[in-house]
Structures are given as structure tokens and as C-alpha cells.
Design a protein around this ligand. Structure first.
Ligand code: GDP
Ligand code: MG
Length: 168
């Protein structure tokens, strides 16, 4: 049996929940006091979808969220990208196209999805679902609405990226 390896980079402004998302997906837990970095370049997760095996390598930005602070090695060889923003941070929403351009500049067009995280805080939030829907439509990208805290829709992102990898 052969296995498809996919390097996935997770970008977006600081504090939107990127590290928490990787940790939640790979290790299965959530913590409120998550450290700024996870101390390693990436975490791995193996998944099987209809008898196809995928190994996802999920790269964390180690807290260097300025566009130019992230090193080339972070982007190098990326085959998929998750751009995360949060319901409670309008700057993170405004920054989505900038992150997308940064990724294109570094690795060209890769399979990219948008994630609106912290849906548990959506009531009275700065970024509405409609804002996010419109942005996704404009950018022609699939949008996931997650709460890493409550483990809502997190797995779907990664299943989708694996499934769409072959077609991309
Ligand atoms: P990063 O800088 O993008 O890696 O963000 P972190 O993963 O470090 O998360 C920043 C803060 O947001 C931490 O205190 C997390 O516990 C919190 N957080 C992450 N995801 C969620 C979520 O879905 N809901 C809520 N309420 N808080 C979250
Ligand atoms: Mg982080």
C-alpha cells in the first residue's frame, strides 16, 4: 500500500487558533493556555479515506505571524494551505487576502481553504458569517466554520484537503 504525503501550511494572524487547531486535530485536546509555539516544525496525522492512506504534515508558524518573519523553509514544498481567521478579530479577516498572496508568492497556487475559527464566540462577533461567506465566494475558496474549542468541523478541513488533493 502506498501512502500520499501532503505538507499542509497553516497561516493567518496571531491568536486566531492555528496552533490549537493543529494540536486538536493531531493530539485530540484543547487548552486555553496554549504556548505560542509547539516547539517542533510540524505535527503529523495519518488518515484513511476510502482505502487511500494519507499522511498530513501540519506545519505551525511558531508564532512568527508577520508576513515576512516566516522563513522560506516553512513554505517550501507546501501542497495545501489553510488560511485561518477568527470571529473576534477583524484584522485577521482583513489579512486573509494578504496571506493568500504571500503563499502564492512563495509556493504558487496550492490547494487552499479558508477557516473562520472561534465560532463559539460568534454572537456579537466582529466578523460575521456573511462577511466570511462573501470573502470565500470572492476568493473562490471553500470555507469552514470551526470552533477548535468545542471541536466543531475541525476534522472536516483535513479530510477535505486530503480528498481534494488528487483532483487539485
Ligand atoms: P495562533 O497564534 O493562531 O497559533 O493561536 P493559538 O492556537 O495560540 O490560540 C490563541 C488563543 O485562542 C488561545 O488562548 C486558544 O486557547 C484560543 N482559541 C483557539 N481556538 C479557539 C476557539 O475555537 N474558541 C475560543 N473561544 N478560543 C480559541
Ligand atoms: Mg501559534
Amino acid at each position: 500500500d502506498f501512502e500520499v504525503c501532503i505538507k499542509v501550511i497553516i497561516v493567518g494572524n496571531g491568536a486566531v487558533g492555528k496552533s490549537s487547531m493543529i494540536q486538536r486535530y493531531c493530539k485530540g485536546f484543547f487548552t486555553k493556555n496554549y504556548k505560542k509555539t509547539i516547539g517542533v516544525d510540524f505535527l503529523e496525522k495519518e488518515i484513511e479515506i476510502e482505502e487511500d492512506l494519507f499522511r498530513l504534515m501540519l506545519w505551525d508558524t511558531a508564532g512568527q505571524e508577520e508576513y515576512d518573519a516566516i522563513t522560506k523553509s516553512y513554505y517550501r514544498g507546501a501542497q495545501a494551505c489553510i488560511i485561518v481567521f477568527s470571529t473576534v478579530d477583524s484584522d485577521s479577516f482583513e489579512a486573509v487576502p494578504i496571506w493568500n498572496q504571500k503563499v502564492i508568492d512563495e509556493v504558487g497556487h496550492v490547494n487552499t481553504v479558508l477557516v473562520l475559527n472561534k465560532m463559539d464566540l460568534i454572537r456579537g462577533a466582529l466578523v460575521t458569517e456573511l462577511d466570511a461567506d462573501n470573502l470565500a465566494k470572492k476568493m473562490n475558496m471553500k470555507l469552514f466554520k470551526t470552533s477548535v474549542k468545542n471541536n466543531e468541523n475541525v476534522n472536516d478541513i483535513f479530510t477535505y484537503l486530503a480528498q481534494s488533493h488528487m483532483q487539485f
